[in-house]
Design a binder for this molecule. Structure first.
Ligand SMILES: Nc1ncnc2c1ncn2[C@@H]1O[C@H](COP(=O)(O)OP(=O)(O)OP(=O)(O)O)[C@@H](O)[C@H]1O
Length: 213
């Protein structure tokens, strides 16, 4: 499933933060988004995920092909690790075998009966990433996926991404750290293009837009 970004501009708080972005992400490919704090990585991922409309240009990919993991892990704190994954597997129509694979892949077997509320930050993150595996969706959009992860878990995560690419998936990843994915392309977002100026679609996504503008 190909993700095609054409002459895309994205805005936050009523201001364009990035524009003129064009790239294609093909099956088996990873693209790392880099750039300083505030350059617009999260905004770009949110726009690609369909959580906000582009200020200009197009995102072309079937919505059902996309799986987005934001800074928040999106966990249900009263449910156990297994129950959380079972919930998402059911939403996406996947079975128990996939759930077991996800537990294994993110080293969650020993924690499977623990409630999400009682996990450490890094363990929650591992569960949040395991969730991607039970979506069955080919195009992963990952925002700072390794926050709170120790070195070993970063390695686990990189292995999961590699497996996903090998199976014909793709990944667009905003990160400040080196994931060791030497095969990934890197897109440096240019802070000089991030100069704030009014968006044509100003004010659509944030109640504080006017105060900031
Ligand atoms: N809720 C919001 N309302 C208004 N402006 C915002 C909001 N969130 C972020 N911004 C602004 O939008 C711009 C892009 O932010 P974004 O979060 O996309 O950057 P980022 O590259 O992901 O940063 P970081 O590396 O710090 O995560 C920044 O200048 C930021 O100040």
């Amino acid at each position: 499933m190909e993700l095609v970004i054409s002459d895309l501009a994205v805005s936050r708080g009523g201001l364009v933060v990035l524009e003129g972005m064009s790239f294609t992400l093909s099956p088996g490919e990873a693209l790392i988004l880099r750039g300083s704090n505030g350059v617009g990585k999260t905004t770009l991922l949110r726009t690609v995920a369909g959580l906000q409309p582009p200020a200009a240009g197009h995102v072309s990919a079937p919505p059902e092909s996309l799986a987005y993991a934001s800074h928040a892990d999106g966990l249900k704190s009263a449910l156990t690790v297994t129950e959380n994954l079972a919930f998402w597997a059911a939403v996406h129509g996947l079975g128990r075998d996939r759930l077991e694979q996800a537990l294994e892949a993110m080293d969650l077997m020993r924690l499977r009966e623990r409630r999400a509320a009682q996990l450490s930050a890094g363990q929650k993150r591992r569960l949040g990433l395991a969730r991607m595996l039970v979506t069955g969706r080919p195009v992963w959009l990952l925002d700072e996926p390794t926050v709170s992860l120790d070195q070993q878990s970063v390695g686990l995560f990189a292995r999961v991404v590699r497996g996903h690419l090998a199976a014909g998936g793709s990944a667009l990843i905003a990160t400040h750290i080196d994931l060791g994915l030497s095969e990934a392309r890197v897109l440096e977002l240019d802070p000089f293009r991030a100069e704030a100026r009014p968006s044509v679609a100003a004010g659509f996504d944030d109640p504080f837009a006017e105060a900031i503008a």
